[in-house]
Design a protein around this ligand. Sequence first.
Ligand SMILES: [Zn+2]
Ligand SMILES: [Zn+2]
Length: 285
Amino acid sequence: MSPFTEKYNIHTHSFYCGHGSGTISDYFREGLRQGLETLGFSEHCPFPDGFLSRSRMDYGMRTSYESDVRSLKGGAMTVALGYECDYFPKYKAYFEDLRGSVDYLITGTHFIIRPDGSRVSPFSDRLTQDDLLRYRDQLLAALDTGLFDCIAHPDLYMAGYSDWDETAQGIAREIISAAVSRDLPLEVNANGLLKPRPFGRVPYPYGPFFDLVHELGAPVFLSTDAHKVANLVRNRDVIEDFARSRRLRLLRPSFPDGQLCWTASEGTWRGEGETLTACGVAERQ
Ligand SMILES: [Zn+2]
Ligand SMILES: [Zn+2]
C-alpha cells in the first residue's frame, strides 16, 4: 500500500482520450486495489464541432464514456463522472449543458490561443510573456462562468516558461487570488513529475507557485492525472509531501448527493476562525 493518506483521485484519464490507455474498469479495479475511497474520471472534454479533437476523444464517444463510468456506481469506492475542460466562451452554452449531466467539471488551460488564431501549448512550446497573459485571461474566463469545481495544474504555464519573473509571479497572484475568492481548489498535479524537463527542473508542480498559494491561503487538492493504470497513485506520496511541507490547505472531494463537495483534510485547515459549511467550502466567521 502506498503511504499517501488522501485516498482519492478525481483527475483520471483512460484510453478514451486517445493519448492514454486502460479501460474504465481497469482503473476501477486498480482504485480498489490501492484502497481509494473516491475515484473520479475526468476525460478531456470533447467539443461538439471536433475542436481540439486530435488530443481528446471524439464527441461521438461521449455516451459510451459516460455509461462506462456510470455502470460502476454503487461499489465500495465512490465513483464519479466528470470532464477536464479547456474553456472557450463560444462554447459556454455547451458547458452549461454538460455541467448538468455530470458530477463535476475541472477546468485546465492546455492551449493558448494567439491573436492570429494559432495556438501554442505549455507542453510543447516556449511561451512568451504575452502568452502568459493570455493563459491567465483564458483561465480566469473559465472561473468567471462558475461552472467549474476546481482548477487543474494552474501552474502549467511554467512548463513552457523558464523564469519566475515579474510576469510569471504576477499572473500566479491573479490566478491564486481568483481561486481564493471563489473557494476553488488548485491542483497539485503529480503528472508533471513524469514529464520532460526542458529547463532542468520539474515543469510542474512548480514550487515557487505553491509558495504563493500558501502565502495567499488558497485551498488545494492532489491528483495524479493518470493516463495509464500503473500511474493511478504514482507519486501521490511525493505530492502529498509537497503540499504538507508547504502547509497548504488540503481539501478532499466527496459526492454526497452525486455532486462534488470539498471538505477540509484533517490537520491542514488554517486559522481558528474558519469552519466548514455542510458542503465543505470555507466559511469565514
Ligand atoms: Zn490537464
Ligand atoms: Zn488531465
